[in-house]
Design a protein. Structure first.
Length: 278
């Protein structure tokens, strides 16, 4: 699903309605980059890579009924979004390189030696299986976070081959494939559902931009953005990395939200329970 080409898909029937309610006067905001103020770590979602020998712990979940009740490879070496004392979403994303499993938690905390989180999910990176319908993950849409994050190395190489995770503030109490969960504040189809896919319009000019900016924007034309969580409008996800160049971030911030359109991705679905596309 993350690697599906959506440049040829028809515009969604409610595209104009959704965009009108998603602060179209705003600009894209890269939710990653250098840290400012008191934050001790780079801005963005960090990723921890561990070996199969890493110790695993039991995590207590606030939304236990929709969380994977497995042992998670968390420890003092686990990087938490914003730092160990941060407010906010406090995502933890951990990849077990030996087993090709991805562990993600939200509102991750270690207090008096005990781990807790709002919710958690484990993904087999060799499988296309989605979560049970109605289950959240570490994101409100019930999708994995890691595949939708921009990564410094791919951007620098000039080749981003996947859709990008993004957020908006008001969503419908509904979700569309490939999302499995919703957490909207309104029951109104004029607002976008979780899982809605947006793409940068084909005619948006890329000339005169930095090569790294062009790589990101071309991915947004080809693979698009997937609405994955509630948050600030048009915030796009990236891995926390001190190397992100300010010049690229500034050019991304100049991209108007009005340059996007929603697409109908229903024709890509092979099975409701799978992220594999036609």
């Amino acid at each position: 699903m993350w690697h599906a080409d959506v440049s040829h898909l028809p515009v969604a029937a409610r595209s104009a309605q959704w965009l009108a309610r998603m602060s179209p006067q705003r600009h894209l905001h890269p939710d990653f980059g250098p840290s400012y103020g008191a934050q001790p770590v780079p801005y963005g979602i960090p990723v921890s890579v561990v070996s199969g020998r890493h110790a695993k712990v039991t995590v207590s979940f606030r939304y236990a009924a929709e969380s994977d009740r497995v042992a998670y490879p968390l420890g003092r070496d686990t990087q938490i979004e914003g730092g160990a004392a941060a407010p906010g979403d406090r995502h933890a994303v951990v990849v077990d390189a030996a087993t090709c499993r991805l562990y993600e938690t939200w509102d991750t905390r270690l207090v008096h030696g005990r781990w807790s989180a709002g919710s958690g999910a484990m993904w087999d990176l060799r499988s296309d299986a989605l979560r049970p319908d109605g289950w959240t993950s570490a994101d409100a849409a019930g999708l994995p976070i890691l595949p939708g994050l921009l990564r410094y190395d791919e951007v620098r190489a000039g080749h981003v081959d996947h859709a990008v995770r993004f957020t908006t503030d008001v969503t419908d109490r509904a979700h569309v494939w490939p999302a499995r969960h919703d957490a909207g504040s309104v029951s109104d189809p004029r607002f976008p559902p979780m899982g809605a896919r947006f793409r940068l319009k084909v005619g948006y000019p890329l000339t005169g931009l930095r090569p790294d900016t062009r790589a990101v924007l071309q991915a947004m034309k080809t693979y698009g953005l997937i609405l994955a969580d509630n948050g600030s409008p048009w915030y796009v996800g990236g891995i926390a990395d001190a190397r992100w160049p300010s010049g690229m971030l500034d050019e991304l911030k100049a991209l108007p939200a009005s340059a996007f359109e929603a697409v109908d991705e229903s024709s890509l679905m092979r099975s409701p329970g799978s992220g594999r596309v036609r």
